[in-house]
Design a protein. Sequence first.
Length: 441
Amino acid sequence: MTVNGAEAEVLRRLESNGFKAYLVGGCVRDRLMGRPVHDVDIATSALPEEVMAVFSDMRTIPTGLKHGTVTVICGGSQYEITTFRIDGGYTDSRRPDSVQFTPDIREDLARRDFTMNAIAMDADGSVVDPFGGEEDIRRSVIRCVGEPERRFTEDALRILRGVRFASQLGFTIEAETERAMLSLRGRLDLISRERVREEFDKLLCGTNCVEALLRYREIIAQIIPEIEPCFGFDQHSHYHRYDVYSHIVHTIEAVPDSDLLLRRTMFFHDIGKPPMFTMDESGEGHFKGHAGLSAEMAETIMERLRYDRRTIERTSQLVRRHSDKIKTERQIKRLVGELGLDGFRQLMAVKTADNSAKNDFVTADNELFADYCRTAERLVAEGSCLQLSQLAVSGKDMLTLGLKGRAVGEALRELLDKVIDGELPNEKNALTDYIRGKIND
């Protein structure tokens, strides 16, 4: 398995200057598995200043000289090149307090998290694998390099990375590694929320996320404790075949693993159910108002995990509307006006995924959701007035009629409601006459 392209040029240039150089980590793992390779990391015996000298004719960036890393731009791609090193202690549970450079690739590989990521490959495709990573890949096993407790104490994010790899690769986590992950999960509280968020998003988009989320739910609850009340919560509903948490997890697999927004929405869509539970005289469970509470909880959790404002708003909007009962074209108009056509399609996908994890008879409604999408597309194509910006009047017209401040927006929203309900035509004279009449009353 020969290395080709710009990465081979980088390796061979280092080798021709008397240094050892290898591809390392995930790019080797993915190459051995026949998966697409994205980020390429290179380890070398060259010191950072020697790396910069070797590539003096190319653009180099001193990314992290303290930790031995230089970024080289070659063939339009970036390559992080790091000197073989031994890490010191990890008092911040993130980065080593100090590093010691070493000429031995095996010592460098010994500091890595899992055996499948502790494999090196040179330009000729020869592999250095001192910890049995290739065999673990063949066996689909995730196993720590050395003592699991030490690896997770050094950097607790590795606990969540283990779950993420199980989700993405469908691998089984080796027993000792799994025990250490579960017993040390409290250390995830020491990790920055941004790093947790990145791993959580990747986990949700894994092709095996259902198994990972169900088996390692205690780890998920460590980073999102609000989910724990959903564990094993019996819904007592003839619509449902799962408890609340299992339902949530099974809805996630009903949307494409490439759609992070929808997968995240499904994770949060019913998180507010337990506090809203009531049971009627017949023993049927109800969760009135859970969508609104779930949206509020999603916002709080996502703010804590440092999501950007637009992502938070879009996710909570879909969560808030996911249980809306849609029966009329007017409702479709209002939802398209609020969400936009793409957002409406996303909402229908959310409702479809929600039904997919209920009892079979409920899925009959999924055909209705497809019809609603066609109706929404027709309304948009016809140029129906669905948003304030489409009204035949503006705020300036309301000011001309004598309205001020908050009354301007209230008048425009009332007019939009009247137009959507078919009570007024979207014509300037009709709309201004209506407001003028209200002013004069």
